[in-house]
Design a protein around this ligand. Structure first.
Ligand SMILES: CC(C)(COP(=O)(O)OP(=O)(O)OC[C@H]1O[C@@H](n2cnc3c(N)ncnc32)[C@H](O)[C@@H]1OP(=O)(O)O)[C@@H](O)C(=O)NCCC(=O)NCCS
Length: 171
């Protein structure tokens, strides 16, 4: 019987500090440093879903909405939002934590695509994912459109074949 997993099975939380070597002249976290941390969290999450070696196939979306100050505690939360055949979408939410109150503020978000591969680097099939919460269901539904957009932009899919994506503009 085919194995089914849920987003909570891949839930990953990465908490770390922002140190001086990781900031720009404004004392804010470098975008590239955050991308690397998100890549690590997303990779762990994709590995938890697939129980395979995973590689980053694409970074589909990143929004640096708020800068993150030197000394901040940064928490990155990652979950697989949809599993396709060999690829999976991982959604990341980034939070900063107030030192005194402990209150968390959403700073950034991102969406990565990972592919599960064997020891030779060839893509392998992964378990299906069933969303449970309302938010997980919304993210699951939208993931197919995002995959099609990513493939079209990468020149790996003809715009005419991106049926679900096209429906967004025609309905
Ligand atoms: C990612 C990689 C394994 C894909 O290999 P490939 O030969 O293109 O394989 P396929 O065409 O069969 O694609 C595999 C899956 O990835 C998906 N995919 C490939 N490129 C994608 C993109 N730009 N956006 C979204 N999905 C993509 C395909 O749709 C397919 O998904 P599915 O099987 O779930 O339907 C290969 O390109 C690779 O190894 N890249 C380097 C990865 C790496 O080193 N990352 C670290 C960055 S330095």
């Amino acid at each position: 019987m085919e194995e089914i997993r849920h987003p909570k099975d891949s839930h990953t939380i990465l908490t770390d500090l922002v140190l001086p070597g990781e900031t720009n002249p404004l004392n804010n976290l470098f975008g590239g440093e955050l991308l690397a941390r998100m890549d690590r969290a997303a990779g762990i999450s994709a590995g938890r879903h697939s129980r395979r070696i995973v590689v980053t196939a694409s970074v589909n979306h990143v929004a640096f909405n708020r800068s993150i100050l030197l000394g901040s505690v940064v928490t990155i939360e990652a979950k697989v939002s949809r599993a396709f055949n060999t690829s999976m979408e991982v959604i990341l939410d980034v939070w900063t934590e107030d030192r005194q109150t402990g209150l968390k503020t959403k700073a950034n978000e991102a969406i990565y695509t990972f592919v599960a591969v064997d020891e030779t680097g060839s893509p392998v099939r992964i378990p299906k994912l069933t969303p449970e919460t309302e938010l997980e269901k919304q993210r699951y539904d939208a993931a197919l459109r995002r995959k099609q957009l990513s493939l079209v932009l990468a020149g790996k899919m003809k715009p005419n074949d991106a049926t679900e994506l096209k429906a967004l503009f025609t309905s």
